[in-house]
Design a protein around this ligand. Sequence first.
Ligand SMILES: Cc1ncc(COP(=O)(O)O)c(C=O)c1O
Length: 372
Amino acid sequence: MARIPLARPSLGSEEVEAVSAVLDSGRLVSGPRVEAFEKAVREKVGAPHAVAFHSGTAALWATLRCLDVGPGDEVIVPALTFPATAEAVIFNGAVPVPADVDPDSFNLDHRDVALRMTGRTKAVIAVDQFGVPADYPSIESVLERHPDVTLVEDGACSLGSSLDSRPCGTFGEAAILSFHPRKIVTTGEGGMVLTDHDGLAGSLRSLRSHGQDASGAFSLPGLNLRMGEMEGALGQVQMGRLDDLIGRRRALAEVYERHLPGGVTLQKIAPTADVNWQTLAALLPAGTGVRARDAFLEAMRSRSIEVGIASFALPALPAYRDFSRDPAEYPGAMRVHESGIALPLFPDMRVEDVEEVAAAVREVLENGGDGS
Ligand SMILES: Cc1ncc(COP(=O)(O)O)c(C=O)c1O
């Protein structure tokens, strides 16, 4: 294991006690903890409905399903995203259509979204990449010309971020969150849908629990996509710590900003955005190709510092060959795919560790990328 990991959840005695209390109670599913966690997220984000799922991917899949996305439909997704965004489209029988991203913000380029619209476009999924809000004002202005197209926010990483004082989790018809251990608040595996539509929330609750509606009738076929009580208890405690967890990340990101060498460009954040620093993502100097990036990552790992590539360009992944276009159509996504990096950042990281990582980045780059 690396001496300085890329990410590590902040879990303390409160979390341990909360999970133990669930075990003591004997009520492991469909109890008060998940409900209390949903309420905590709803109140924090300011969304009328919050419906917990056992993962962010399940939450996104269920959202598209309840919005009637299906065979014959196209859904525009960022060309640069974690594959879950596209998986949720494919496993509803629809076709994901990648649109390019801005290579500075790593977020959807609204001009490419406009170009990718067809008569079959049913929805656009905007991802708040690494907790940085997508450019919703521009995306919404494109969608004004396509009133039948639904906007969904993939806010897997953006709990606690906001744009123009509007919290992430409130953009579009519905937004999803993830509580994977690399996210701001963790439940192990876990996800949630936030929406202000009563009908959609009801359908989601039914779909996640075998299609049973509020009256108890099995009105539609469903699945078991529920979150368990241990996860709900963990999430409730973590929500109580949200501001502190984000505050610590912000303070560490400032140390990175002061110490990283000039050639490394951090993901760009709009001046009106407030971000949670879910990931410290950056671009290596222009002209860095895949081989030089890999040599950089290797040199960092040899110092026992865990680093990764920033994110994935779907058109470059074998799994998406059937749905993708030529990667050359996506210069923004390919630039980040090929020269984007993620550096360690987590709430319990020490300032000295951030300084050490930044110094290692400088040294490796000064030595031609491989630290030799
Ligand atoms: C942008 C994005 N969407 C969706 C997901 C899926 O979330 P989960 O891992 O909880 O299924 C992730 C997870 O990393 C993600 O980064």
